[in-house]
Design a protein around this ligand. Structure first.
Ligand SMILES: Cc1cc2nc3c(=O)[nH]c(=O)nc-3n(C[C@H](O)[C@H](O)[C@H](O)COP(=O)(O)OP(=O)(O)OC[C@H]3O[C@@H](n4cnc5c(N)ncnc54)[C@H](O)[C@@H]3O)c2cc1C
Length: 294
């Protein structure tokens, strides 16, 4: 239980990821605050196609089989996701519309069909149910497809979720399990103190502070802001002693530390490609996870 000021976990962001995370933490007995600066589901999670796509995407296979095999290492996560989506309505006790009636990846040339065949073989080796369909089988299953489609990879567990209802339903389920859900409530500052996070929130009533043992950053595109202002600076000491860190990495870490010191809360103009490259080089992601989980 929480006294309203101290929580096992703070989840920042009321999109699909934040709502699902808050629900799972609350369901498993943790005290959790979900803080959303706008309305639940107002951004990407409420405005996408809702496709449950578990086959490797074309961009993952177009650069050769080695790249495809690497991408396929994430297949256990795809399988987990497929299972979770199937169980979600019953598990959450919410009327979430999930339809897993199958998905097709199409080929219009023999070369594309061969690539799909190789892709499917890799996927099957990881346990994904996927089969190649020829033109005759496609005409039976999907007669609306253009004649230009000569083959397709069919995965029966793919489908659609209703993006208008999924995240709000999970927010409701989280609240039922005891989570505090606060909308129009923005996380504006965080600092690490005595082994926990002291977090400043701003809403219509003003500014307040809570303490959380762990912070889950599910802030969508705003995640870069959090990485830069709260995660990167914490690594400054470690990174400065890393002789292999490239100059751009040093610059970024230094800048992150500087803006953190001045509590600047707005990020503008960061080249995300450069950031991703530097982050990969300095292995920021695993560290960031450790850092944000207290
Ligand atoms: C056009 C389009 C189509 C897509 N199609 C698909 C698809 O078919 N299938 C699929 O799986 N994915 C699809 N996606 C991707 C999918 O929408 C996202 O991966 C997913 O919605 C991300 O969810 P999220 O919870 O991380 O982020 P979001 O939904 O963006 O939620 C983040 C939330 O954090 C809040 N926030 C940010 N900063 C703060 C702060 N400081 N304090 C409090 N709250 C804060 C924001 O207000 C926001 O509500 C698509 C995306 C787009 C743009």
């Amino acid at each position: 239980m929480s006294d309203g000021r101290r929580f096992d976990a703070l989840v920042i962001g009321g999109g699909l990821l934040g709502c699902a995370t808050a629900w799972m933490i609350a369901r498993d007995g943790g005290s959790v605050l979900l803080a959303e600066r706008d309305q639940v589901n107002q951004h990407a999670s409420g405005q996408n196609a809702g496709s449950l796509h578990f086959q490797l995407e074309y961009r993952m296979v177009e650069h050769g089989l080695e790249a495809a095999r690497k991408a396929a290492e994430a297949m256990p996560l795809h399988l987990d996701a497929a299972r979770l989506w199937a169980e979600l309505p019953a598990e959450s006790g919410e009327d979430i519309e999930v339809k897993q009636t199958g998905g097709l990846m199409l080929a219009e040339t023999p070369a594309q069909a061969a690539l799909l065949e190789q892709k499917s073989e890799i996927e099957r080796s990881w346990g994904l149910d996927v089969e190649m369909l020829d033109r005759a089988a496609l005409a039976r299953l999907a007669p609306y497809l253009s004649e230009s489609v000569i083959a397709a990879a069919f995965c029966p567990i793919e489908g659609k979720a209703d993006t208008r209802t999924a995240a709000p339903a999970l927010a409701r389920a989280a609240a039922r399990e005891g989570a505090s859900v606060r909308t129009r409530c923005e996380v504006v500052a965080m600092r690490r103190e005595a082994g926990a996070w002291r977090v400043t929130l701003a809403d219509a009533e003003g500014v307040s502070e809570i303490v959380a043992d762990a912070v889950v950053i599910a802030a969508g595109v705003a995640i870069l802001t959090f990485l830069l202002f709260y995660v990167v600076p914490r690594f400054a000491a470690v990174l400065q002693s890393a002789p292999h860190l490239p100059a751009t990495g040093r610059l970024l870490v230094g800048w992150g530390a500087l803006v953190d010191a001045h509590r600047v809360a707005l990020l503008a103009g960061l080249d995300t490609a450069v950031f991703a490259e530097v982050a990969a080089e300095i292995r920021l992601t695993p560290g960031a996870r450790r850092s944000s989980s207290g």
